[in-house]
Ligand binder design. Structure first.
Ligand code: MN
Length: 516
């Protein structure tokens, strides 16, 4: 069982107030869970302390950690919200209540579950830390899923894959996503899981040896080329993500080129590009496999340079090159932005109401030489000792939180369809990201930027080519809207507008015009 001491050891710049807050949470939770046991037979405290430890390990602050310790106290015991508020204040209470599945009302069946998910997202739309605690809670529940009654395992694992993995992915939280996926995989797809195991088992041991050998020789090569401060890590591809790829490659392992990967973490963006050159001198790169996600980050903010090489032993390796900051972002995603203050944000003039979280994460996307500029930035992101009250919330979470829904069932369907599988990301010529539903048109984009731009739309360019307004946008498109003073919405526009935002504003324009 985790101890307070192990939790404290993970907190940077631990203050006596932090210590006191967490110790007090520990006392209250111990009392609340007295005599309660997990399915594993362990005392219930083992669960909440593990959650707190994971939060501390991710770099979360004392209030989030305290809330992690208290997260099951209200639901499972006689402790009331008032008790928590009196002892820990509004902020901790908000986090605990946000994570709490449901109050005293008990529902059964899927409605209960849907309603609690809805509550979770409403709370998250006000404070992203609620979702971070919930993800970590789910991670520990998945790690102990084997003890849960069999009839419940399937549902929990499926929900993990469909909701929590998707959320972690969208928030750029690579580490927790991979863990959740691999834990849920054998429960949700037992047959396919066996198939993947069977495919990889004969090569696993040799692969791991080759990987370690390659990592060492790469280290040596980089040092000989004069690189000073760098770290290398290796990883074997997770079974679930391998399964996803195998499905697309006719189950042919020879067509999987990233089963083994080495990560090189260096000091600056400039060194990333230099490292790429050195690696291509050491090993033969496979043609057409260099991917520059530093110049062109993925929609969830992921940045790195990838290349695939073949060693003299004919081992195929994917090499991922990144800075320390990019590495941290790739592992923890939005969680790292809860505590790190991005210097660039302060200097940015103003944020438009429609700017998405993704956009703000990658402001320099598509701007030439952005990476050159950042090599002059020697300063590391400043660590905030105090937790910010309001952390940056992705647009899509705000949307879920703001919308009133007919019923919980419809809510979850919408959640799954709209937000996880049916969204695309398109870009402004300046590189800001706009998050739209699949099948969206240029007008949806225009209204997402600003209602005045929408109303004045006279034409659109997609990837520098003039297109008609009925052109469906695709993931990654760069969209440019041309406006004219005398342009205005017409009835016909409703045929080319998919988002409720655009449709509402077009209708508003049409009715006001009729009445004037
Ligand atoms: Mn829990």
């Amino acid at each position: 069982m985790m101890t307070l001491k192990s939790i404290f050891s993970k907190i940077r710049d631990l203050t006596s107030e932090d210590k006191e807050l967490i110790t007090q949470a520990h006392q209250v939770a111990t009392e609340a869970h007295k005599g309660q046991k997990r399915y594993s037979g362990e005392p219930y405290m083992s669960h909440v302390l593990d959650v707190a430890f994971k939060l501390a390990d991710m770099g979360m602050g004392a209030k989030t950690i305290a809330a992690g310790i208290l997260h099951d106290s209200i639901e499972d015991s006689s402790i009331s919200s008032d008790d928590i508020q009196t002892q820990f204040g509004d902020e901790v209470l908000f986090l605990v209540e946000g994570v709490t599945k449901l109050g005293s009302v008990r529902y059964y069946g899927s409605d209960r579950h849907n309603e609690s998910l809805r509550k979770l997202f409403v709370a998250t739309s006000r404070d992203i830390r609620v979702l971070i605690i919930k993800l970590v809670d789910r991670l520990h529940n998945m790690q102990t899923l084997e003890y849960v009654p069999v009839q419940k395992q399937q549902r929990i694992a499926r929900e993990t894959l469909e909701i929590y993995v998707a959320v972690a992915h969208r928030l750029g939280m690579g580490r927790i996503r991979k863990e959740l996926e691999d834990l849920a995989f054998p429960y949700v797809y037992p047959k396919e899981y066996e198939q993947v195991l069977k495919l990889t088992k004969p090569i696993r041991k040799r692969s791991e040896e080759e990987l370690e050998k390659a990592r060492k020789s790469l280290q040596k090569g980089l040092a000989e080329a004069g690189l000073r401060d760098f770290h290398t890590y290796s990883r074997v591809k997770g079974l679930y993500s391998l399964f996803q790829k195998l499905k697309r490659r006719d189950w042919d392992m020879d067509r999987i080129h990233d089963f083994l990967a080495i990560r090189v973490v260096v000091d600056s963006v400039e060194e990333c590009y230099r490292t790429l050159g050195i690696i291509h001198e050491i090993w033969r790169p496979m043609p057409g496999r260099v991917k520059d996600y530093i110049a062109f980050p993925k929609p969830n903010g992921y940045r790195s340079i990838h290349t695939t090489v073949i060693t003299p032993n004919r081992t195929i390796l994917e090499i991922q090159i990144r800075t320390e900051e990019m590495h941290h972002d790739a592992e923890y995603g939005i969680a790292s932005h809860v505590i790190y203050k991005d210097e660039q944000q302060g200097t940015k003039a103003s944020e438009s109401e429609n700017q998405t979280w993704f956009g703000s994460l990658i402001p320099s996307l598509f701007r030439p030489f952005a990476w050159r500029e950042s090599t002059h930035e020697k300063k590391k992101p400043e660590l905030l000792v105090k937790e910010p009250h309001k952390s940056r919330i992705p647009q899509w979470i705000q949307e879920i939180g703001d919308t009133e829904h007919d019923g919980a069932g419809a809510f979850v369907d919408e959640l799954k369809q709209d937000f996880f599988t049916h969204r695309i990301f398109v870009f402004t010529p300046e590189g800001d990201v706009v998050d739209l539903p699949v099948g969206a048109y240029p007008l949806d984009f225009a209204y997402a930027i600003h209602s005045e731009i929408g109303d004045g739309t006279s034409g659109a360019k997609v990837n520098s080519k003039l297109v008609s307004l009925d052109t469906e946008l695709k993931n990654g498109d760069i969209v440019e809207i041309t406006t004219q003073k005398n342009a205005h919405p017409t009835q016909k526009w409703l045929d080319f507008a998919k988002t409720s935002l655009a449709r509402r504003r077009i209708r508003t324009y049409l009715t006001t015009k009729k009445n004037s």
